[in-house]
Design a protein around this ligand. Structure first.
Ligand SMILES: [Zn+2]
Length: 149
């Protein structure tokens, strides 16, 4: 195959890629239907302290992300909440970048930074490298978290 015959094909696939990237801005990768929140969940304005907690999480993880991309929710007056079949202090949704916190955990940096670390990693499991080593001092990692490798 000559370079000449290769070039137009390459140009076309780049154009397709750009078109797809453009579409992503209008239609996020998240499912079209937003996830269903527990009935008692309310919107939460993140406290100012979250900016520092976010920076600390970025630092230990060695990753950078956009804190303002997160939409925060709270289940007021609770130490935990039920979602699906589980009981949680906090919950992170990928794609939509939502974090839901139990009301009593909104000011708990270990819980909040745990959810922030999910957002930075872009995954819902608990890689031991991050949750049990790099960021172990500043995020909570319960039994379920420690089971993940
Ligand atoms: Zn977690």
């Amino acid at each position: 195959m000559t370079l000449r015959s290769l070039l137009p094909r390459t140009t076309i696939s780049f154009a397709t890629l750009f078109a797809l990237a453009g579409a992503c801005r209008d239609f996020p990768l998240a499912p079209p239907e937003p996830p269903e929140l527990p009935a008692a969940a309310e919107a939460l304005t993140p406290p100012d302290s979250y900016a520092d907690w976010w920076r600390a999480t970025e630092e230990c993880a060695g990753l950078h992300g956009d804190l303002s991309r997160i939409t925060w929710f709270v289940v007021p007056g609770r130490t935990s909440f039920t979602y699906g079949t589980g009981q949680y202090d906090g919950y992170w949704w990928n794609g939509v970048h939502w974090i839901l916190l139990a009301g009593e955990k909104v000011e708990n940096p270990l819980v909040v930074r745990h959810e922030m670390l999910h957002e930075l990693l872009g995954r819902g499991d608990h890689p031991a490298e991050y949750f049990q080593r790099r960021c172990a001092a500043i995020v909570i990692c319960n039994e379920a978290c420690r089971e993940d490798q």
